[in-house]
Design a binder for this molecule. Structure first.
Ligand code: 4AD
Ligand code: MG
Length: 436
C-alpha cells in the first residue's frame, strides 16, 4: 500500500480535475467519529489536513466493519478507499472506505471540551496535537526558516555558542544557577558576549539558542526557557543596526505570510496584515515616548523603564513595529555604548510589536573602550575580573560593532495572535511548571 498525506490526495484530485479517485490510502489518527447501525463516519487527521471517511456496513468486509465500530478518538489507523468530491465537506472531498485497519486502539482520550488551562498544560504531550497548536508549530518552523534564509542572504555565519556559562550577560537577578562539578555555573541568558568574540573571526555571526531567565513574574510574555535569535556584526554602526532589525522583521512577516498562509488563517491571523509590515518602521526615542505618553495622561518619570501598560498605551498609536531608541543608561546593560550626543542615554533600541504584544527585540551598539566597560561593570555592582576574557576583546583589535536579540516565541505569539506566550512552546517552562 502506498500512503499519501490527506492534503496530497486532495490536491491530486483537484489537479487532475477528478470527481472520483480510486485506491487512495491514508493513515493518521481518528479526530472524531460517529456511528449508526449501517454507517460509520471517521474524521481522519494527519499533519496536513482532516478528511471525513465513510464506512458502509453493507459493502465492506466484516473485518473492516468491526474495526470501524471499535475506533475511538486518537486511535491510529489506516484507510483505503475512493476519494469523492463532496461540496458539503469542509475540505471538499470525502473518502468512501473499502478497507481499513487499526495500528493501535486508543484508550479513552482524557481531553474533552471545555477543560481548564491547567489541565491542558498537564496533558500538554497530548494537547499539542490539537488543531490550534499544530498550526502554531507550523508557523514557528517557518519563522525559524525565514531567519536562516534572511541571514544566508546577508552572508552571516551561523555559530554555536555555549549554554553553560560562568558569567552573566543580562544581570544577576534572572540567572539560573546549576551545579557544575565542584563549581557553580549558570544557564545562558544570552549568547551575546560569545557572539561578540566570534565577530573577530567571522565578522557577521548569528545563533539560535535556548536562553534561560529565572523570571519570577507570571505574565503572558515571559518564559523561563525560550529560543533566542541573536546577531552581531563587526564595523556595524547604530544606524545600520536599526535598518537590519526592521528588514529582518519585515522579511519574517512576508515569508510566513507566504509559506504558512493556511496555518495563519486557521489561527485567525490574516496573512495580508503581515504583508503590510514593510520598512521603514516608525522610530522614536525614549524621550519622545515619554512625551507621547504624557499627552495620553500617563506620566513616566525620566529614568524609569517602560512597563507593559505603558508599552501597550504607546502602541495604540502604531500599526507597525516601533523602534524605541536611546533609553537612560541606568536601566540598560553594561555593554551598551553611550550616545556621544547625550551621555545620559545609550545607543540601544527595543522593538515593540503592534497590537500590544510587547518587546520582540533588544539591541545596541556595543561599548568598545575597555576602561569605560570596567567602570560600567563596577557601577552595576559586577566584578570586572569575572569578565576578563570579554574585556580582552577590547584589548586585541577592538572595533565598532552592534548586535541584537530577538525572542522567537515573542514573535510567534504576535504572528499567531496567541493569548499567552506559553502556546508558542510545545513544552513551556514557566515559574510554576517544568512538566511534562
Ligand atoms: O532584551 P534582552 O534581555 O536582550 C538581550 O539578552 C541581549 N543580550 C540581546 C543581544 O543584544 N544579543 O532579550 C532579548 C529578547 C527580548 O527582546 C525578548 O524578545 C526576548 O529576548 N526575551 C524573552 N522571551 C521570552 N521569555 C522571556 N523571559 C524573555 N526575556 C527576553
Ligand atoms: Mg530587553
Amino acid at each position: 500500500m502506498e500512503f499519501v498525506s490527506i492534503q496530497t490526495a486532495i490536491q491530486q484530485a483537484i489537479n487532475q480535475k477528478k470527481e472520483v479517485m480510486e485506491k487512495v490510502s491514508l493513515r493518521g489518527w481518528c479526530y472524531r467519529e460517529r456511528k449508526s447501525a449501517k454507517l460509520a463516519f471517521i474524521v481522519l487527521r494527519d499533519d496536513t489536513n482532516t478528511i471525513q471517511c465513510v464506512i458502509e456496513r453493507a459493502i465492506v468486509s466484516l473485518e473492516t466493519w468491526t474495526f470501524a465500530e471499535q475506533v475511538c478518538i486518537e486511535s491510529s489507523i489506516w484507510v483505503q478507499g475512493t476519494l469523492h468530491e463532496d461540496k458539503r465537506a469542509p475540505t471538499g472531498y470525502e473518502l468512501h472506505v473499502t478497507n481499513m485497519g487499526i495500528y493501535q486502539l486508543a484508550e479513552r482520550f482524557p481531553i474533552t471540551k471545555d477543560q481548564s488551562t491547567e489541565f491542558l498544560l498537564d496533558v500538554r504531550h497530548l494537547w499539542l496535537r490539537s488543531r490550534e497548536l499544530t498550526n502554531v508549530w507550523k508557523v514557528k518552523a517557518e519563522v525559524l526558516r525565514a531567519i536562516r534564509e534572511f541571514f544566508l542572504h546577508k552572508k552571516y555565519y551561523e555559530v554555536t555558542p555555549p549554554i553553560i556559562t560562568a558569567s552573566s550577560c543580562e544581570g544577576g537577578s534572572t540567572l539560573f544557577k546549576i551545579k557544575y562539578f565542584e563549581d557553580e555555573a549558570y544557564l545562558s541568558q544570552s549568547a551575546q558576549l560569545y557572539l561578540e568574540a566570534m565577530i573577530f573571526s567571522l565578522k557577521r555571526v548569528y545563533a539560535i539558542t535556548p536562553s534561560f531567565r529565572a523570571e519570577p513574574s507570571k505574565t503572558n510574555r515571559h518564559l523561563t526557557e525560550y529560543w533566542h535569535l541573536e546577531g552581531e556584526e563587526a564595523f556595524m554602526n547604530f544606524e545600520q543596526l536599526l535598518s537590519l532589525e526592521q528588514e529582518l522583521i519585515s522579511f519574517i512577516c512576508t515569508w510566513v505570510a507566504e509559506h504558512a498562509e493556511e496555518a495563519l488563517k486557521i489561527l485567525g491571523r490574516d496573512p495580508e496584515d503581515l504583508k503590510k509590515i514593510i520598512t521603514p518602521f516608525p522610530r522614536i526615542s525614549y524621550e519622545e515616548a515619554l512625551e507621547i505618553l504624557k499627552k495620553d495622561g500617563i506620566d513616566v518619570m525620566w529614568g524609569k523603564d517602560l512597563r507593559t501598560v505603558e508599552e501597550e498605551a504607546l502602541m495604540k498609536h502604531y500599526d507597525k513595529p516601533l523602534l524605541v531608541t536611546r533609553y537612560p543608561k541606568e536601566i540598560k546593560a553594561f555593554y551598551m555604548k553611550d550616545d556621544p550626543n547625550d551621555k545620559r542615554v545609550v545607543l540601544c533600541c527595543d522593538v515593540l510589536a503592534p497590537e500590544g504584544y510587547g518587546e520582540i527585540i533588544g539591541s545596541s551598539e556595543r561599548e568598545t573602550d575597555v576602561n569605560i566597560l570596567i567602570a560600567k561593570l563596577k557601577a552595576q555592582g559586577e566584578k570586572p575580573e569575572h569578565y576578563n576574557w570579554y574585556l580582552d576583546l577590547r584589548r586585541f583589535g577592538s572595533v565598532q560593532h552592534s548586535g541584537f536579540g530577538l525572542g522567537v516565541e515573542r514573535v510567534v505569539r504576535w504572528l499567531c495572535k496567541l493569548e499567552s506566550i506559553r502556546d508558542a512552546m510545545p513544552f513551556p517552562r514557566t515559574i510554576k511548571r517544568m512538566t511534562p
